[in-house]
Design a protein around this ligand. Sequence first.
Ligand code: CTP
Length: 399
Amino acid sequence: MQGKRVLLGITGGIAAYKVAFLIRLLKKSGAEVKCIMTSASSDFISPLVVSTLSGNPVGIEFWNKKDGTWNNHVEYGLWADVFVIAPLTANTLSKMAVGSCDNLLLATYLSMKSSTIVAPAMDLDMYAHPTTSRNLTQLEEDGVVLIPAESGELASGLDGTGRMAEPENIFVKIEEFFKENQDPKIAGKHVLITAGPTYEALDPVRFIGNHSSGKMGYAIAEKFLAEGARVTLVSGPTKLSLDHHPNLSMISISSAQEMLEVVQLNWNSCDYGVFAAAVADYRPADVADQKIKKSSEEMTLKLVKNPDVLLWAGSNKTNQVVVGFALETNDLESNAQKKLSKKNLNFIVMNTLQDEGAGFAHDTNKISILDDRNNMVSFELKTKNEVASDIVAYLKKYI
Ligand code: CTP
C-alpha cells in the first residue's frame, strides 16, 4: 500500500471507534491517510484521535470557522486513490443512493475521481430492512464496492447481521481492491523520468539555468508509482521531494551531461521514458576552477551545445515507449511535429507559455498530445497532478 492515498469517510455509528485501528493498519502499510468525518461521527470518535493517527487535519465542515479556510471536496476527490466510508450509516447510505449533498463527506463522494468502498454498520433490523437492501443495491449499481456487514453481537445487545466488518477485513479488501485495479501495462514496468532544470556551471559558485520547478515530472513520477510502476526519477536541482517509496529510485544530477550519463546507464532496463526536464541547450565552454573576478566592463561567454538526452534515448530505442515534451512560444504544432520525428518519439506533450496557467512555475498546465500515428488530443487547463494522470492514461491507450 506504499504511497497509496486512502481517503477515509467516517459517519456517525458506534463502530466509528474501530476506525482508529483501520487508520493504524493503513499507516503501517505505508498508505497516506486523510479523513473526512460527518459531525455526528465525532460523538463516537474524537477528531483529535483521527487527526493524530492519520497525521493529517480532519475535514468535517465545508468551512473551518477557526482559521477561515475551507475544505475543498473537489481536491479531496482528486487526491484520493480510493474513498473508503466506514462505518456507513443507514442515513448516509440513503443520501448516497439519491445523490444528496448536504455535508462535506457527501460532496466528496459525488466529486470522487476514483472508486468508493463502503462498510455499512447498523442494527440488524435496519440492515435487513428492504430500504437498506435497495439502497445498497443502488450503490453497487453505481460502481461502489460493498464490504457487507458481519454477524455478531450488536451495540443494541441484539445478535445478528449489521456489525461493521472488522478493521483487519476492511484493510484486506482495500489491498485486494488495489491489486485488482492495477493495470499490467503500468504495474511492474520500469519508467525513467527526467525532471527539473539543469544547472551548467560557470565557476564554483555560478551557473546557467532556467526556472523549471520540476513539478510536472514529479507529478508524473507519483502517478506511475501509485499505479505500481518502478520509477527512476532523474532530477535536476529543485525544491521538491518525494516520500520514500520502495519502487522509487531518485537520482539527483546537476548538468545535462550528468543527466545523459544516468539515462544511458538505466535505459536498457526501461519500458517507458518520459522526458519532462528542461535541459539547458548550451553550457559554458570553460568552467573556471576559481570564482571569476569582475574586471573589464564587458564579458563574453562562449557556450557549447549540450548533449540532447531525449535525442539519445529516441535514437537508442529498442522496445521503449519514448515521451518528450515541447514548450513553445510559437508554431506549437509544427515545431512539436518536427521534434517528434527528429527525436524518434512515440508521443510528445506540448504546452505553450501563451496559455494562462501553463508552464514552468504554475501548479496547473494545459497540454496537447501529438503521437507518431498522427493523433492529436487537446486537454483543458488542469492541475499538474491531473495532467500527469492524462499522460499516463494516454500511454495506456497508446500501447
Ligand atoms: N531535451 C533533452 N535534452 C536536451 C534538450 C531537450 O532531453 N539537451 C528534451 C526535453 O526534456 C524535452 C524535449 O527534449 O522533452 C524538448 O525538446 P527541445 O527540442 O530540446 O526543445 P527546446 O530545448 O525548447 O528546443 P528549441 O529551443 O530548439 O525549441
